[in-house]
Design a protein around this ligand. Structure first.
Ligand code: GLN
Length: 391
């Protein structure tokens, strides 16, 4: 894939040191962040670690007060972290070898011409654990188009920007429809079912635009993704972005339709520009697994100590991934793999194993629902072998 750090219309990136990091929040507990074991007393009856202050004043969508730092007690008791001598690389290699015969089954997405040229026989996988171990397999270091996986990162940013107000403009129910379906939108008066289908992601782009230019918004998204990946070399593939813009009639219809219902504040063309550029972000499996790690560790990057989102918010993002991350095949993914996950038509899948690991797989040949065939099979095997299902 031909790559540049920025698309034609994106400003050149400033040098690393001067990148604005505001979207990555503060580091409340310093680089050696650890969970303290002493619980503090919380008016809402939650045992949370001393290092994490109670934020009991927060309100949820229904107006009820709750503590943002719910206990880790239940999950910790049920699911201890894997022993440190777990041979992660061997586990990954065994699981991936077991599904090799599935590689190439299905079809590479052809409706975006720049993706149609991808080799269907590529296969990569990477695991990054909560304690910082990394295992990789096959083409794990080769960048691919993350496509709809980017919706997880833009959802994170939109929730940080406007919080629960997002749910007035987009739902949080599984759609049971294809990723680019328009049928529900009319019945539901321009409110998309969830933020992980195309219509929902377009509303999220509108939220992120926030009176900025499309260029500045895309730069901020890229900045965030590079930040959580801990790798500022993550880039947008301009060829893919261009190809999507040239053929994105369905997305343009969705955006125009929502605009007609008053659910987009910015111009359709700006919303689409941001959307096509986020879909065209290119990453490899190692970068992608690293970028998802904060969702496995209660919203704080365990390796840098950077708080990305609250624990409460990370859990909610995971729940949306579990219910909606694979479009009309979300139930099947939960059934077979059993973790939150998000797929993209580039053939990538990001799977989150709470408290344990973030996993990225890539295999471009897709099922009819637009999800990686061999990638799903590999995740099913990895999660089964490691006993990492959330159920
Ligand atoms: N860019 C693609 C589209 O809008 C993303 C779809 C996907 O990955 N499911 O159609």
């Amino acid at each position: 894939m031909h790559q540049h750090r920025t698309g034609e219309w994106l400003p050149p990136s400033p040098p690393h040191a001067s990148h604005p990091r505001a979207l990555l929040c503060q580091r409340p507990n310093g680089p050696n962040w650890k969970r303290a074991s002493t619980p503090v007393s919380c008016p809402y009856g939650i045992d949370h670690p001393q290092s994490l202050p109670c934020e009991a004043a927060a309100n949820d969508a229904a107006g009820a007060s709750f503590c943002r730092y719910p206990t880790n007690r239940t999950r910790a008791a049920r699911d201890p972290l894997p022993p440190s001598d777990l041979d992660l690389s061997a586990l990954l290699a065994r699981a991936c070898d077991a599904v090799r015969s599935e590689i190439g089954m299905g079809r590479v997405a052809s409706y975006i011409p720049a993706l149609a040229r991808t080799d269907p026989n590529k296969f990569g996988a990477a695991i990054v654990t909560a304690d910082g171990r990394v295992a990789s397999y096959g083409d794990a270091k080769e960048p691919f188009s993350i496509q709809s996986i980017s919706k997880v990162f833009t959802l994170t940013l939109a929730l940080e920007r406007i919080g629960h107000k997002l749910w007035q403009r987009v739902g949080r129910e599984p759609s049971g429809n294809a990723f680019n379906s328009i049928v529900q939108l009319e019945r539901e008066r321009g409110i998309p079912r969830n933020p992980l289908i195309n219509a929902g992601a377009l509303v999220v782009c509108d939220v992120l635009l926030a009176q900025r230019s499309a260029e500045a918004t895309s730069a901020a998204i890229l900045e965030f993704v590079g930040g959580v990946a801990d790798d500022q070399s993550v880039c947008i593939d301009p060829e893919v972005a261009q190809s999507e813009a040239e053929t994105g009639y369905r997305n343009a219809s969705l955006a125009n339709f929502m605009k007609s219902f008053g659910n987009l504040e910015h111009s359709v063309s700006d919303v689409l520009r941001v959307y096509f550029h986020q879909c065209a972000i290119a990453m490899n499996c190692v970068q992608l697994a690293r970028a998802g790690l904060f969702l496995a560790t209660d919203g704080t990057d365990p390796l840098s100590g950077t708080k990305i989102v609250s624990a409460h918010r990370a859990r909610r993002i995971n729940s949306i991934m579990l219910m909606c991350g694979h479009y009309d095949a979300s139930g099947d993914f939960a059934f077979r793999v059993g973790t939150p996950g998000k797929s993209g038509v580039g053939g990538g899948i990001l799977a989150i194993v709470p408290d344990r690991a973030s996993i990225a797989v890539w295999s471009p040949a897709l099922t009819p629902s637009g999800n990686s065939h061999a990638g799903t099979a590999a995740l099913e095997q990895i999660v089964r072998d490691a006993k990492w299902s959330v159920f």
